[in-house]
Design a protein. Structure first.
Ligand code: MG
Length: 249
């Protein structure tokens, strides 16, 4: 069941979203070769607590840290550790924040120093694919129109969309109905209505779309060890244009 949010609930989610986006901005500013992924986690956590909010991933199904940090062939759900980030890496950071019982969820892939042109293109296409999906985030369309737009765009650029992990509704729970695949035929699923709030999150691979979970039970990697990129925003459907809630004003 898709839970429709009131204007006031969306206002609270925008507050959570602002801090979520602020954490990603902060990480983009401090990220440099030689840092460890746990350092990023500490910085993110500090930033979230500064606003008296809660890092929503911490303890979620037992996840041991405040953010997910996934490097290179890691797709999502990487666990912060003493791993050192190197020049040329691409680093996907996923942040979840809870405030007054509501959530914000956003992710972004950062290039560390100079990366290959192909890696740059992968990151750019992933971001752009989110905005392709966003075009269908209004009451004229159905859920799978978003999915179809993302897949079509990604494949037109020669990359593969991950099918095993999907976007989701979000509100009082981090993951609510509906599931939002980043692939599929258009014109299916529920018609979008004002007050729906979605975390839309394309994961795009340079090679195969096949992925596996490592023995830590969290880290998702590409099966061919080629690069993967992630981009996510929390988006509210309105009677007019959709509103991205995970923005720093
Ligand atoms: Mg998410």
């Amino acid at each position: 069941m898709i839970i429709i949010k009131s204007e006031n609930e969306i206002k609270i989610m925008k507050e959570a979203g602002r801090v979520t986006a602020g954490v990603l901005e902060k990480i983009g500013n401090v990220l440099k070769p030689g840092m460890t992924t746990i350092e990023l986690d500490r910085i993110a956590e500090e930033e979230i607590y500064k606003y008296h909010m809660i890092p929503a991933f911490k303890g979620y199904n037992g996840f041991p840290a405040s953010i997910c940090v996934s490097i290179n062939e890691q797709v999502v759900h990487g666990i912060p550790s003493d791993r050192i980030i190197n020049e040329g890496d691409i680093v996907s950071v996923d942040v979840g924040v809870r405030y007054e019982g509501y959530h914000g969820d956003a992710a972004k892939t950062f290039a560390v120093g100079s990366v290959s042109d192909e890696a740059k293109k992968l990151i750019e296409v992933t971001e752009c694919s989110f905005y392709e999906g966003l075009k269908y985030c209004n009451t004229k369309f159905r859920l799978s129109d978003i999915s179809h737009a993302i897949q079509t765009y990604v494949e037109s650029k020669g990359f593969e969309i991950v099918k095993d992990f999907v976007g989701h509704g979000i509100g009082k729970s981090m993951h609510e109905d509906p599931q939002i695949p980043n692939y599929g035929r258009p014109g299916r699923g529920t018609r979008l209505t004002s007050g729906m709030v979605f975390a839309i999150e394309p994961m795009v691979n340079m090679g195969t779309d096949e992925v596996s979970v490592l023995l830590d039970n969290w880290t998702v990697v590409t099966n061919d060890a080629k690069l993967s990129s992630h981009f996510e925003h929390t988006v509210a459907i309105t009677d007019g244009e959709p509103v991205i809630l995970t923005m720093v004003d």
